[in-house]
Each structure stands twice: as structure tokens, then as C-alpha cells.
Design a protein around this ligand. Sequence first.
Ligand SMILES: [Fe+2]
Length: 281
Amino acid sequence: MLNIGEIKGSMLLFGGPYSNLQATLAIRQEAEKRGIASDHIVCTGDVVAYCGDPEATVNLIRDWGIHVVMGNCEESLAQDADDCGCGFEEGTTCSLLSNNWYQFARNQLSNDSKQWMSSLPRSIDFHSVGYHIHCIHGGVSHINQFVFASTDKQLKAEQLAHAQADIIVAGHCGLPFGQQIGDKAWLNAGVIGMPANEGKESVWYMLLSPKGSELEVSWHRLQYDVVAAQHAMQGVGLSKQYCHALKSGLWPSLDVLPEKEQALTGVELNLVPLMLRRLTD
Ligand SMILES: [Fe+2]
């Protein structure tokens, strides 16, 4: 774990670059436009996955110098494991599709990139206006645990208590959301490398902005050069399903989604900002 201490000003958080170089270039430009420096940016992991430019995406992230939490993809690639470690059940569409991009990424990445992946922290902690914020990939103890909006609040409360944190920012599940749990919160920043299964090609990132003693959480759409990202995937012969998903905004498989999230396929997300206020103030 890594503790980066007290942070003044806004933080920008995002997940899953997923080897999508064009989306990663776009989020870097967005951060620069907003005047947010690299030490105020956290990526919740899975720098490499579905898309066409694993090595270039890693190099861009490293050159940018932001904080990165280890995702299950980094863990697996660093260990040269046989699969991405997402936890997909064998024989499911997710499992079959992940084998395609995983073996491509495994072959394409340099040893230097794999070594960098192995050096990543499993959590990143910081403080902002009195809040202790704990950034992870999946769950507090399990890197590939899927925690969705519909996941039991009790589980989230237990993990917040286990981490001794006021706010958890997670990634992995690919869908942005935020939930207040008492005076604490579970947040997912969303991912930039793949749309959020809402039928739109734009992707999501999150800002944490201190407003006096309160902390505003807001989610924002990111547009990027989708056609160039598709060309990159076609150029290296990756399977078509995820390539189509970049444009259609719909996932090729819903295997990992709980019923509630499955029912929201193709429904435009409406993420209302949260204003977090400490009860102890
Ligand atoms: Fe993941």
C-alpha cells in the first residue's frame, strides 16, 4: 500500500485504461485542461486489457507520472500468469474473449513494463478535508472482487470498516457509481478504456473537489478518438466484439453483471454529484 498524505485541491480519478491509447491520451489532455497535476491523479488499475496498444498505454501512463493502483490485469501480467485473473467463469463469453486480448498483451509487453506492474501498490490512501480515502482495484482484500451499485451495502460497510476508511474508491467492475453509507461512501470512478454499457461511446472519470469542509464527488463523460482506437484493435487482429463495443457502447457479454445492472443495458447513466459532509463536524 501507498499513502500519499494530505491532498489540497481537486483529485481526478479514473479506472481501466484497458490498452486504449486514444482514451488515455484524452484523459491526460482533460486533466491538463482542468489544471490537475499528475500527483493529484489516481488510476484504479487495469492499465492493460481489451484494446490494441498495451505497451504504448503503459508508457504513456508512466511518462505522465500519476499514481496507479495494481489491477488484476497488472498482477497477472507481472506474474506471467495464464489468464487475466478477472475471475470469469471458465467457458463463459467473458472468459473466451479475455483469452484473446490477454495473450496478445502478454506477448507484446516489454519485461520493463511487466516489472513496473509488479511494483504497483495494491492500495493508495490519501486525506482530503478530513476524509480518509482508500483507493483499490476490486475489493479491499480481493483484487478481482466485483462490487457493483447493486452489491449489498452491508458488504461495502464491512469493507470500509476493515480498511478504516471514510471513502473507498474502487475500479474493476467497469461501471461508475457512488453510494453514501452512513457518513461514509463507496465510489467507483468508472473506466476510460471501454464504455459503460449504456449505449454511448463516451467513457467516465471522477473528480473529488473540496468545497469548504465538504467534499463534492462528480462524474464526467470523456470523449476520445474511438475510430482510431478501433483501427488499433483491427490492426493487431483482436477479436471484433470489444472493438464493436467501443462504438456501440454496449458490452459483448453481460456474464459478470448482476441482474439489476443487466437490466440497465442501453440505459443512459445519470450520475448526480454527491456532496459528502462529515457528521462529526
Ligand atoms: Fe479488473
